[in-house]
Design a protein around this ligand. Structure first.
Ligand SMILES: [Zn+2]
Length: 675
């Protein structure tokens, strides 16, 4: 098995490849043997424990390949990763279809020893059997064949949907004439336009539909007709409308995807795909999701209308503009935002030297959870920037290790994430403490100086650290439900978003900020402005998210055989009438580019974003009531949520902490919707 703290200075990609492939082979043989011998002795030690340790071994090896591919990419690591990721996914999909294995689980589930298991172990078995069931394994022969066919078709169609969006996005471009079309553009957008032109070997400046360019132009371009053209191209991509009408039309693909999803759900005995989606979520029923979205919409919409009114007035006073169009929204919003809050992220950097922020974050965790964080100096890492920390409990016992890789550099993937490398696992009499990798992409320090973070960076660090704590502080010894494993996907962002709250609290400022020259914490009036800026147009933002979420959910809940893409658009129109404040033109084709639900994993699950925000805001409101650093509240959160991991339903953990089910009031307060 790969050591708990891997010898990074000796890692050889070829060797990791051999270990992964060898692990797969050994696991397959062991599972076969287990099936043959376990029949007379169906018990935890005979079936589940061996499977858990096989899983851990393979995941550790694959974890190294995927991590190195992400943070020290090279041709060798990429080859190993790409080769192995396919082999590993084949291995797991065969495991999910192994009927002999399911047979063992079923026998175990039914025998008398099952009832004597701990609730944690019973949950491991229950979740495993649920996953078997959702992979169609216990359908009759013909149903199984059809299920496999549907899965294959769906993955092809979903990939096709995403490709068409990409092709349509890349196909469109517009040469801009200076100066009339570039008026108002800041330097960085100008540079993007020049880069676009260079990349496509045309002279001058080129507008394209990729995110940074599109957003840059919609935010700053003074020329309203340019914004309109751009908006139209963006809003109609991969559809039957707009400049490339019909060329990559996703309409028929959406119809097919919806029909297959519905059939898949029905094969598995669910009335609709929305019911199937809810099966693995914290929300307990489609009605609960709809209630949540609609009661949020009822409270937020009047605020969004007020914000829109303020924006219209601003546009009229500034430019005499009387009919604000959808393509004017971002542009005037930016103007209004600037007028109200003249704060830039760059000017905040001196207040947030990385060592100060880390020290403050650790002090917060010590006060809240009674844990100690210590830097370790003798552990090998993949890059000199990486620092390793040990986490110890109040008695000084080791709880886990994490590696922090803070800075952007060549051959490192962008973004920020937490990866669990080692799961908490019981081995003989002892425990193998978990290990996590925390990866960010902050601007590196100048030679000999401390790196300085923006407030957004600080929030990102707290967010990923929250995921890390969830993985590292678990007290559950069964790997499939330890830490974030087995946590419902609409609840998995709770600890991360919860930790972000400290970045917005005046109580935390003296701990996490200190001017690089004077040591002075971030002034309270600047924080207040930041908080106000965070709430700027939160009504408009929220109803937009609610529109997407409600559309996605109803689409999967109300599916009728023979539904056309016209029906899909009709549903979106109804949803808008219910929740929206901005109404796009009739040619708008938002669904045709909605990759989250047609190509990603968010089908009948887009609501999860808001749901998790509700959870984290509601949890933090307990700290508002009981004291921001109240150790009793902190320990309650530690014991009832962080330590429990996926060992019980997330709703049980939530109720154990909060004393009731989640409510939306705290989220409304956090967004400045109610006071
Ligand atoms: Zn996250």
């Amino acid at each position: 098995m790969i050591p708990r703290l891997p010898p990074f200075n000796f890692l050889d990609p070829e060797r990791i490849r051999r270990i992964i492939l060898e692990n797969i082979k050994v696991n397959e043989a062991s599972i076969q043997k287990l099936i043959e011998t376990a029949k007379s002795d169906v018990g935890w030690e005979a079936i589940i424990w061996p499977l858990e340790s096989m899983d851990e071994r393979l995941q550790r090896a694959m974890g190294i390949a995927s991590h190195c591919h992400s943070v020290i990419d090279s041709k060798e690591w990429r080859d190993v990763y790409q080769h192995c990721v396919g082999a590993v996914s084949d291995y797991y999909s065969q495991l999910g279809q192994n009927r002999d294995l399911l047979q063992l689980y079923t026998q175990f589930n039914e025998n008398s020893r099952f009832g004597a298991l701990s609730s944690v172990r019973r949950r491991v078995v229950t979740l495993a059997m649920r996953d078997f069931r959702l992979s169609g394994i216990d359908l009759p022969e013909s149903g199984r064949d059809r299920f496999r066919e549907i899965s294959r078709s769906l993955s092809k169609l979903q990939a096709r949907f995403a490709e068409q969006v990409l092709d349509a996005t890349e196909a469109w471009s517009l040469e801009l004439s200076e100066p009339q079309q570039t008026e108002g553009l800041p330097e960085h957008v100008h540079r993007l336009l020049a880069d676009n032109a260079r990349q496509r070997s045309v002279p001058g400046l080129l507008a394209t539909l990729d995110q940074p360019t599109y957003l840059g132009l919609m935010t700053y371009a003074r020329d309203a007709s340019l914004r309109r053209d751009l908006y139209q191209a963006y809003a109609t991509k991969a559809s039957d409308q707009g400049p490339d009408a019909g060329k990559w039309d996703n309409g028929p693909i959406m119809e097919e995807i919806m029909s297959l999803r519905h059939e898949e759900a029905q094969l598995l005995q669910f009335p609709t795909f929305a019911h199937l989606s809810i099966e693995c979520k914290m929300a307990s029923s489609p009605e609960q999701v709809l209630d949540f979205l609609r009661s949020l919409a009822r409270q937020v919409r009047p605020i969004a209308e007020k914000e829109l009114h303020e924006l219209s007035r601003y546009a009229f006073e500034r430019d005499g503009k009387s009919d604000l169009q959808p393509w004017d929204m971002t542009y005037y919003s930016e103007g209004l935002r600037k007028e109200k809050f003249d704060i830039s992220q760059e000017q905040l950097r001196p207040y947030f030297p990385l060592p100060t922020v880390l020290k403050g974050m650790f002090v917060i965790c010590q006060r809240m959870y009674g844990i100690q964080l210590k830097e370790e100096h003798d552990i090998s890492t993949w890059h000199p920037d990486v620092v390793v920390y040990a986490i110890e409990d109040e008695k000084g016992d080791l709880l886990g290790h994490f590696y922090l890789d803070p800075f952007a550099r060549m051959r490192k993937r962008g973004g920020a994430w937490m990866a669990g490398q080692v799961n908490r696992l019981s081995i003989g009499d002892g425990i193998e403490p978990p290990v996590a990798f925390l990866v960010c992409n902050f601007t590196p320090a100048e030679e000999g100086k401390d790196a300085l973070l923006t407030h957004e960076d600080v929030t990102t660090l707290f967010h990923e650290f929250g995921h890390g704590l969830h993985h590292l502080l678990t007290q559950i010894d069964e790997m499939p439900v330890a830490g974030i494993n087995g946590v419902e996907w609409d609840a998995v962002e709770l600890p991360s978003q919860f930790m972000e709250n400290f970045c917005w609290r005046v109580e935390a400022l003296p701990l996490i900020s200190g001017h690089v020259e004077t040591g002075e914490p971030l002034p309270v009036d600047i924080l207040n402005k930041l908080v106000a800026m965070r709430c700027f147009q939160s009504g408009i933002q929220t109803v937009r998210q609610l529109e997407f979420a409600l559309f996605d959910f109803l689409l999967h809940l109300q599916y009728k055989p023979g539904q056309t893409s016209g029906d899909i658009l009709e549903l979106l129109k109804e949803v808008r009438e219910e929740v929206a404040v901005v109404f796009p033109p009739a040619w708008h084709r938002f669904p045709h580019g909605f990759t989250h639900i047609f190509a990603g994993g968010y089908a009948a699950g887009y609501y999860s974003y808001k749901w998790a925000e509700m959870l984290s805001a509601d949890v933090f409101s307990a700290f508002d009531e009981e004291g921001v650093f109240n150790p009793a509240t902190g320990h309650r959160f530690l014991h009832e949520v962080l330590e429990q991991g996926g060992s019980r339903p997330a709703m049980d953990s939530f109720v154990a902490f909060r004393g009731r089910e989640p409510e939306i009031e705290a989220l409304l307060r956090q967004d400045g919707i109610v006071r």
